[in-house]
Design a protein around this ligand. Sequence first.
Ligand SMILES: *[C@@H]1O[C@H](CO)[C@@H](O)[C@H](O)[C@H]1NC(C)=O
Ligand SMILES: *[C@@H]1O[C@H](CO)[C@@H](O)[C@H](O)[C@H]1NC(C)=O
Ligand SMILES: *[C@@H]1O[C@H](CO)[C@@H](O)[C@H](O)[C@H]1NC(C)=O
Ligand SMILES: *[C@@H]1O[C@H](CO)[C@@H](O)[C@H](O)[C@H]1NC(C)=O
Length: 961
Amino acid sequence: MQMLLHANSLLLLAPTTSRLSASASPGRSGTARPLPPPQGHAHSARAAARGTRRPPAVAAASPRTPMAVGEECAAAVASQGFVSDARAYWVTRSLIAWNVNDQDTSLFLYASRDATMHVSDGAIHGYDSKIELEPEHASLPDNVAEKFPFIRSYRTFRVPSSVDVASLVKCQLAVASYDAHGRHQDVTGLQLPGVLDDMFAYTGPLGAVFSDKDVDLYLWAPTAQDVRVCFYDGPAGPLLQTVQLKELNGVWSVTVPRYRENQYYLYEVKVYHPSTSQVEKCLADDPYARGLSANGTRTWLVDINSETLKPASWDELSDEKPNLESFSDISIYELHIRDFSAHDSTVDCNSRGGFRAFTFQDSAGIRHLRKLSAAGLTHVHLLPSFHFASVDDNKSNWKFVDEAQLAKLPPGSDEQQAAIVSIQQEDPYNWGYDPVLWGVPKGSYASNPDGPSRIIEYRQMVQALNRIGLRVVMDVVYNHLDSSGPFGVSSVLDKIVPGYYLRRNVNGQIENSAAMNNTASEHFMVDRLIVDDLLNWAINYKVDGFRFDLMGHIMKSTMIRAKSAIRSLTRDVHGVDGSKIYLYGEGWDFGEVAQNKRGINASQINMSGTGIGSFNDRIRDSVNGGNPFGNPLQQGFSTGLFLEPNGYYQGNEADTRRELATYADHIQIGLAGNLKDYVLRTHTGEAKKGSDIYTFDGSPVGYTSSPVETINYVSAHDNETLFDIVSIKTPIGLSIDEKCRINHLASSMIALSQGIPFFHAGDEILRSKSLDRDSYNSGDWFNKLDFTYETNNWGVGLPPRDKNEENWHLIKPRLENPSFRPLKNHILSVFDNFVDILKIRYSSPLFRLSTASDIEQRVRFHNTGPSMVPGVIVMSIKDAQNEKCKMAQLDKNFSYVVTIFNVCPHEVSIEIHDLASLGLELHPIQVNSSDALVRQSAYEASKGRFTVPRRTTAVFVQPRC
Ligand SMILES: *[C@@H]1O[C@H](CO)[C@@H](O)[C@H](O)[C@H]1NC(C)=O
Ligand SMILES: *[C@@H]1O[C@H](CO)[C@@H](O)[C@H](O)[C@H]1NC(C)=O
Ligand SMILES: *[C@@H]1O[C@H](CO)[C@@H](O)[C@H](O)[C@H]1NC(C)=O
Ligand SMILES: *[C@@H]1O[C@H](CO)[C@@H](O)[C@H](O)[C@H]1NC(C)=O
């Protein structure tokens, strides 16, 4: 190591500990013009209120095994006597930044390879080297500030060019500042991602690369002092051999004989770990693992291209992919793998709840999906299916409740939830938003968590769904990781390059606004790992789309790179057509990344123009009312605001009416693809662009440049199901038949919107979670899906206390009220209507316009302005009337479509002069509907008069002759 040594060791004081945290103050982008909330109404102004934040999915998880089973790791010694924060940034190989104020401050860098530094008696002891840094710019140079915008104003100091930086980054490091008189001011640790990216950004091979005779192993670990690989005999067998790796430019590698294939291995990384201030020997899985043992205790050395892992005709699956012409043709059904079959008695017991359940072609669940597919549904989105922490892979450890006993308890009892909660850490249920390793399917969903089953069965699942006409979306969670630190089987990346993969605040603490250890895609190798991982799923599992959890916590540049890497996949070269793979995610803008503080993040508004979708909370909150963080009784457009008040709202009639009209404006923008440039005549009579219309907390409603950038939805796995929303918001006395109509109305606004419609599994069959607002760990019991259509899971007990107790007083009387419970015929009729509305969407390309200009040209709203009839939205979509028209002809059957959403509790007759004298008639699917009311909808051409029964969505078409 080449070092500059300073003669004397200077006196130092203990570090100051009470620094301001960098955590973002709540508040949304300041650019929007806020609209004051109507009086007396409790609209949340909170930053995150737009969307939904992730729950800590393993909040009370049992203590993890402290280290991989049977392995030894150097014991941790508490970081006594050494700085535990890291407020300085090593931003490039030659620059260190720190927010010291005084111009005359001088800085010294201290390093100790064995981590023997400590501060005692006011001095730093135990360092190997001490380097004087030269004061540089007053603030960060522009190119560096772009990468670190939040420390733009820090002062920079130059690292002498003679210093061996590559060696230094492997050491325990500290910088100390001194005033002009040489008096010590402050001391702190360093954050290294900047210098690591500058020196070690790497694009070569990683993981295991198989050739005929050998396997090359590559691990990126520039701060490691030593790396070995330990090979084991089987997933739990003894150590076979330990092999040394060699380092070149931060990448450690070794070539081992091919006979190692199918053995299990772990890396032993000797590295300084800032969380313990020690050099640790960490045992970690391969970040590029393609196979794992149960619980991920070891990496399985597997050639993912091996023939033995392929289900029959796997290589030909690309030929069997359901047709997809345009992303605007997509509709999405969001499904949890366990929910799909846990209660399906037509699936073999041993396959229930896992990947294999999807291969039972005649199960109740598959028959249900087939009906949706036949109606036009294109994609099934599966909740997390990679290796996550919160469910034990070993089935013999699972605990279950006695469901038959629970079923005997009263509907509003608190005993069911008590039973569920008592085993919730040991049952097989969790949503799985707690990633450990992104690249391998979750073992608990496989018949055997060791070896090949999880790979083969995942592929069979994709194949089975594709074969019933459904493409498969994978829910990816790159925004955070379950664990960090040198210990524990669920920490992987942070064992290999400590502090690099995770995003830290200006004190050096790991950010956790995403409810876990947030990752930092602004760092080169994190960005790379994300893109590589997506390609792994796209190529090796032929996944057809990706949904990004808390996408706003990922950088926009990562999303763009991911998109172009995926789009460049071709059937000839990669076996899959990347141009058919769709990307979307949660674009909420909150936490440390909000307002571009860590770089341009993938937030809703930033993503405009990228062709990547984001969840549209505007239409969700307007249809339902309020937002998922507000009072559950807040009503919305479909749930009775103004038209059928539930007594919650205290404002006067004019205010309520205005709010209903405001919601109607937001919904109409949503129906028009949530385009920022779509011009709507609002309830005030002014013509405004979508981006000039604001939500109650001051965000622009319209933000997309293309309809494929909005995911329109009213319910998802987060928060109550649609039926539960309707049940809590509508007035107590409303009959179940009317609730069913409202459920359908809300679904139909989504199903007939421009953009990508998204449905939570079960919304079409009145699925209830008994009003659980966050069922991530509520077991099979509260998450039940019943594809026999006998029950909808309403009134199966009070939902778990932890997340719902504050609302139990609202929930209990409803669960106990027999009139809230639907019968099988209600479930079936809602399902029938849902299938019909999907068929209507797919009966005409006019409902699936693919560009903004098509929508701007063709979609019109008619019941607008101050004299609008409250509770009625009239939307027309025009096609070229004949071939000679300037507008392209899209639909060969219909030349005009008019959709009327009437949420009023009474029939409405409305005259629209612009729509007079047309050849409109009720859509043929509705003419044959099993819903007697919709069949009564009528159009009188001479006056342009539409008559639509109460709480009905009626679609009229003008057939071509
Ligand atoms: C597997 O993981 C679960 C938590 O998901 C844990 O409770 C269990 O002890 C782990 N088993 C082993 C053998 O590590
Ligand atoms: C699963 O757990 C059981 C009981 O705890 C244990 O006997 C068995 O060895 C475990 N299996 C695996 C594959 O870890
Ligand atoms: C981050 O990781 C640590 C160590 O694994 C874990 O204890 C902690 O709960 C995680 N942080 C959050 C906010 O989940
Ligand atoms: C909605 O879901 C999110 C995420 O699960 C949760 O944080 C939030 O509290 C929920 N809202 C309500 C009102 O329950």
